[in-house]
Every structure is written in C-alpha cells, then in structure tokens.
Design a protein around this ligand. Structure first.
Ligand SMILES: C[S@@+](CC[C@H](N)C(=O)[O-])C[C@H]1O[C@@H](n2cnc3c(N)ncnc32)[C@H](O)[C@@H]1O
Length: 460
C-alpha cells in the first residue's frame, strides 16, 4: 500500500476531526501504518502494526483515503517505546516519525516497506534485511539511534526562533535541541539565537567536528513585465512564504555563509574530501564509508576499465571507482550542482583519469557520456528521492559505445527511496536485466527513511 497510489479526491462528507477506533495493519511506504474504517484506508501516524488505537482524522482526501494521528493507544505493540525526543508527539515536530519504535523494530518496519515496494512495483519477491550503521556518536547515543544527523535545515518561526515544521504543516515547532542531531548540530548554539529576515538556517558538521552555518532567504526573481504577468497566472515555481512580495510571486533561494568553515572535511574509503558547506555529503557519519565499500564490492572493477558515476556530488564514488580502475582506466561523473562539481575537481586532483562534469543526468546525457567513453563496464548512480526515471534507466540499460562492451555488466544503484528504486528496477527487468543483489542500511534512525544499494546485471 502506498499513499501516492490512492485515487484522486472526490466529493464526500469530510471526516476531518473525527475520532475513530482503529486496528492497525502493516506499515506503508512513508512510515505511517495502514488501517481501514468503513471502507476507507487511513494512514495513521505514531502507530505500529497490531496496535488498537483511538485516532483523530487530520486530513480527508475524499473517497477512500484519510490521514490520522493516534491520540490514544488502547492496545500497544511490544515494539513501542517512549520517544526519546520531547518534541515527538502529535502536533509536535514532524521531523522524525519512528521515535515511538524500538530501534531493532524500526529496521524491521523499513525492511517490510522495501520488500513490499519491490513486490508491488517491481513484481519481485526479495528477502530484505536492514543493517545497522550505528551513529558513531559518543556517550551512549550510538545505541539509542540519536546524535547521528550531521546536517539539519531548521525553519525560522515568525518570532525568529529556529525549529522544524510540524507534520504536513507550515507551523514551526521551536526547538532548543534536536536529539538526532550530531554534536554541534543538534545542540548548536544557533538554536538559542533569534533569526530575523531569513527563512531557514542550515547547520552542517564534518568529520573533524567543525560546524558550518548557512542562512537561506527566499528572494523574488526579477522578471520582465511580460514574464511577470505570465508567471502570476502559473502554478509552477517556488512560491514565497511571506507576504511582502504578494501571493504567487516567484522566488529563488539566496544563501549566505554565516559561520564556520566554508569547506567541510570528510574521509571515506581511505580518501579525504573537501566539500562546500552547502553541498551534499552523506548525512550519517558512517554512510560515506560503508556505501563506498559496498559500491566498490558490487562494481568488481578491474584495472583499465571504464565507469560512469551519475549524480556524482563532490566525487565520493567517482574517486573510489578511479582507485579501482587505476590510471589506465577512466571514470566520468555527471552532477548538476556547480558547487559540488567545483569540489569534485579538487577532490579528484590526484586522480587525473577521473573527472566530474557539470550536467543534468538525462537519457541523452547518459548516452553521450557512454559514447564519449567508448563503452563502460559499470554504471553507478545515486539519484535524489525521485529516482532515475524511465528515460535515464533505458539509456543506461541500452548503453553501448563504439568498440566498447555492448552494455555495462553491472549497474550499482544507491537509493534513498525504495518506491523510486522499485520502479526503476521494474524498468530494468522489463528490458532484460535482473536484480542480482540488494543491501539496505539504517542510515536514518528514528525516521522511516532507508538507504538501499542494489546491483543490476544483464540476464545472461
Ligand atoms: C544523493 S546525492 C549523491 C551524491 C554522491 N553520490 C555522494 O554520495 O556524495 C545526489 C546528487 O545528485 C545531484 N542531482 C540531483 N538531480 C540531478 C540531476 N537531474 N542531474 C544531475 N545531478 C543531479 C545533487 O546535486 C546531488 O549532488
């Protein structure tokens, strides 16, 4: 069961605000559990399979699907525990959705979701276990699944206090600490300050404990009179949350570096990386190292081979692949963000047979890259939550270049959304490939998120 597959809303008497007793069934993609009432499906927060709860309907999407919050647990699961975060309650911070679940059981729920997505969207029965990463945090947080998150983007409340938004709401819940935040992030002094004139404040820590602070502000996009008139009638584009630019004014994010180093330092796979404070790096302190090891093991590259690294960021996997193929090989990364591409150039300086190019990953870009490399042995991809999509998948699956191999012998897919992964795997299996391996990691304890690394190979 998945929320995005529910039918579109239809006119119906609203259930909003109703309280209903529910028997909780399984966990769904997105971390909420499924229950049924009078023929409707209800996605219920803060529950566990097998529980009996009193829940309040918080959203009625008409027809067949509602959302609800458990307001009283009438019969609780043995996997339930008191949330270690004081802000994790109905109406509280919407950041973590598994605070009420024992850590081992969180991994069980995530395994269920990954397996279910593979079954529903890829027509595959695949046994899934979610592996623990720990947190690397001192003082017992490691065991508790706390203290791991090295980058948090806090929202700013109207009075300037920092916090995180309530679930599916613009309301900012002010925080004086964030228990899942790493040292210097969850207890950052920025949380005690008042932030006037900015919309969000981002705090990021590196391996050396250095902490950078960035502020983000939505500013109106300058447009010609004609374009302004046109844009006012459109629904697309990022809309400003405040009043001063009027409703419907298109905005862009203006980012300012406020404190700490401009470059954060990390190590993974035995290499050192410098990453601009605003660029992507794996949030969990163990993730970069563990994922690099997994990607290399799955790629099985030999000296002199060629590889493609899609959505390459600051060159984490590009560097590891370059180490595997050596100077007689070649690795090309594609990445859309200019800052990350700039960082990758420095991070790959000692590996001149590897580079990251600034490019959006599209089917055409993948085909062009494979042709330029004259064939590739392995393609690694680590897309954002939306996944690669059919066009990019098809370009990878049919990649052929000049005198190179007819198609890659493996695609190593690093995925932060199991539904997107399952859809992309389905594209692969439809086109004569098979899922050859999958490992799942608990890189986001206390939340429903899970990271998977899947290996696809052509059917012999
Ligand atoms: C999950 S991160 C992975 C980065 C890198 N593999 C790592 O582990 O550090 C995804 C990256 O994809 C980039 N990205 C997002 N959409 C993209 C697109 N359409 N084309 C190219 N890169 C994109 C983001 O800027 C980000 O750096």
């Amino acid at each position: 069961m998945s929320e995005q597959d529910r039918p579109a809303p239809v006119d119906n008497p609203s259930w909003l605000g109703r309280r209903v007793e529910l028997r909780i069934e399984s966990v769904a993609h997105g971390g909420h559990c499924v229950a049924r009432h009078e023929g409707r499906v209800i996605f219920v927060r803060h529950t566990l399979p097998g529980e009996h709860v009193l829940a309040e309907i918080t959203e009625d999407r008409g027809g067949s699907f509602c959302r609800a919050d458990a307001v009283e647990v009438l019969a609780s699961s043995p996997d339930r525990m008191p949330p270690p975060c004081p802000y994790a309650h109905p109406g509280g911070c919407g950041g973590c959705d598994f605070q009420h679940v024992a850590l081992a059981a969180q991994r069980g729920l995530k395994a269920h979701v990954v397996a279910e997505q593979l079954r529903r969207l890829a027509a595959l029965e695949w046994p899934v276990t979610v592996e623990e990463l720990g947190s690397g945090a001192p003082d017992g947080n490691e065991r508790a699944g706390l203290g791991w998150r090295r980058r948090v983007r806090f929202a700013v409340a109207p009075d300037g206090q920092l916090g995180l938004r309530a679930h599916r709401s613009h309301t900012v819940i002010a925080l004086d600490h964030c228990p899942i935040g790493a040292p210097g992030v969850g207890d950052s002094s920025v949380l005690g300050a008042r932030w006037i004139g900015v919309d969000e404040v981002e705090v990021a820590a590196d391996d050396e404990g250095e902490v950078a602070v960035l502020s983000h502000r939505e500013v109106p996009v300058r447009q010609s009179r004609d374009r302004k008139h046109h844009a006012g009638k459109q629904h697309g584009g990022k809309q400003h949350a405040g009043q001063q630019h009027g409703r419907g004014t298109r905005t862009r994010t203006s980012t300012e570096h406020v404190a700490g180093p401009e470059l954060l330092r990390y190590s993974a796979g035995g290499r050192h990386f410098e990453v601009s404070a605003g660029s992507f790096w794996q949030t969990h302190p163990r993730a970069a190292d563990v994922f690099t090891e997994q990607v290399l093991a799955a790629a099985e590259l030999a000296a002199g081979e060629k590889a493609l690294d899609l959505y390459a960021g600051s060159g984490l996997f590009t560097a590891a692949l370059a180490g595997a193929v050596g100077p007689s090989g070649q690795v090309l990364g594609l990445e859309a963000a200019g800052g990350a591409v700039h960082d990758a150039a420095s991070n790959l300086a000692a590996l001149p047979w590897a580079r990251v190019r600034r490019a959006a990953v599209t089917g055409a870009a993948v085909t062009a890259a494979v042709t330029e490399l004259d064939g590739v042995a392995v393609i690694v991809l680590d897309p954002p939550r939306t996944g690669a999509g059919r066009e990019v998948m098809s370009a990878m699956l049919s990649a052929a270049g000049g005198s190179g191999p007819a198609r890659p012998r493996a695609i190593v897919y690093v995925a932060c959304d199991p539904a997107a992964l399952a859809r992309d795997i389905r594209t692969a299996t439809d086109e004569g490939w098979q899922l050859a391996g999958l490992r799942a990691f608990d890189a986001f304890p206390m939340t429903h998120h899970v990271e998977c690394i899947a290996v696809l190979r052509p059917v012999a």
